[in-house]
Design a protein around this ligand. Sequence first.
Ligand SMILES: Cc1ncc(C[n+]2csc(CCOP(=O)(O)OP(=O)(O)O)c2C)c(N)n1
Ligand SMILES: [Mg+2]
Length: 366
Amino acid sequence: MSTTTRAGAQHLLPTADPLGLIAPDGTLVDSPGLPMPSDDVLLALYRGMVAGRRFDTQATALTKQGRLAVYPSARGQEAAEIGAVLALRPQDWLFPTYRDSMAVVTRGVDPVRVLTLLRGDWHSGYAPAECNVAPQCTPLATNSLHAVGFGHAARVKGEDTVALVMLGDGATSEGDTHEALNFAAVWRSPVVFLVQNNGYAISVPLAKQTAAPSLAHKGVGYGIPSVLVDGNDAAAVHAVVERAVAAAAAGEGPTLIEALTYRVEAHTNADDATRYRDQDEVQTWLARDPIARLRTHLTARGLLTDELAAQVDAQAEADAASLRERMNTDTELDPRDLFRNVYAEQPPALRDQEEQLLAELREAHS
Ligand SMILES: Cc1ncc(C[n+]2csc(CCOP(=O)(O)OP(=O)(O)O)c2C)c(N)n1
Ligand SMILES: [Mg+2]
C-alpha cells in the first residue's frame, strides 16, 4: 500500500467572501496579500471599461439596424472583461467566448473585425496569430480545451506563454471544462481559467446550474488553486489574474478564478429576460456598477478629474461613431472563401462540393 501522505486542500480553497479591493461606494476593501494595481493601471482599467461599454451599446444598436445578426451584451461585466485582459502580458493568449467581444476589443483588435463573426460574414474577422486571441467560441467550453492544448504545447516548446480562457457559469457544467481542468492540473499547464459567473445561462439561474458552494470550489477537486473574486471590482480582478498569470508563467500550473458578476442585459438581443427574472434583482446589481465604482474611487483620490473623465467619454464616443460608420457599409463576400483556409490540401469531397456550388452560382447568374 502506498505510504504517500496527501496534502490538505486548505491552500486550494477559495475564500468564503469574494476578494475585493474597492467597495461599491468607492472606498477601500482590505484583501490581505492582494496588492492594489498602480495608478496608471487603475486609469487604464477605467478607460478600457468606458470604451468597452460604449462599444457594447453600439453593437446592440447595430442589431436593431439590421447590421448585426445577433449580439450577446456583456454590459455590467466590464470589470471582469477588461480587468482580466489588461493583466495579460503581450505574449499571452486569450481564448474568449461569444460574450467576450469587449475583451477582444480591449486586446487591441479592430472592433469591426471583432463583429465580423456576429455579422455572419466570416468565421472570424481577425487573424488569431496576429493578436494572440483565439476565435470567439460559441460551443460552450470548447475553448477551455483549446486553451489547455495551447498552453501545454507552449510549455513543451519552452515558450513563456500563458493562456487565459473565459467561461460562463453555465459552461462549468460541460464535460469539456472538467477535462480541461484535470489535464491542466496534472500537467501543470500554464492556463488561467476565468469563470464569469453572471448569474444565468440564458434563462437558467445559478441555483439550477450547480449545488457547489461556489464555482471556484470546482477547482479544488482537481488540485487547482481556486479564487473567488468580486467580478465588478476591476482592480481586484486585475490583481488576481495578474497573480495567476505570474504563477502559471513560473511553472506553478493553472488557477481557477470565479468572478462574481451579473448579466445586466438579456442573454442576447433575441432574448426577453423579463420572462424569467425579477427587475428588482437587476436593480440590485445596477447599484454595483463596475464603472461608477472605479470612477468614484479615482475621483476621490484626485486621479480622475472632470476634464480627464470628459476626454475618456469623448474618445469612447468617437470610437463608437467610427464603428457605426464602418459597419454601415455592405460587404462583398466571395462564396469560395468557405472552402479556403480549411485544409492545406483540399480533399476530393470538398473539391466536389466547391465545384458544385460554383456551378450552381453560375447557373443562378446566367
Ligand atoms: C455545447 C453547447 N451547448 C449548448 C449551447 C447553447 N447555449 C448558448 S449560450 C448558453 C448559455 C451559456 O451560459 P453561460 O456559460 O453562463 O454563459 P453566458 O451566456 O451567461 O455568458 C447555451 C446553453 C451551446 N452554445 N453550446
Ligand atoms: Mg452565465
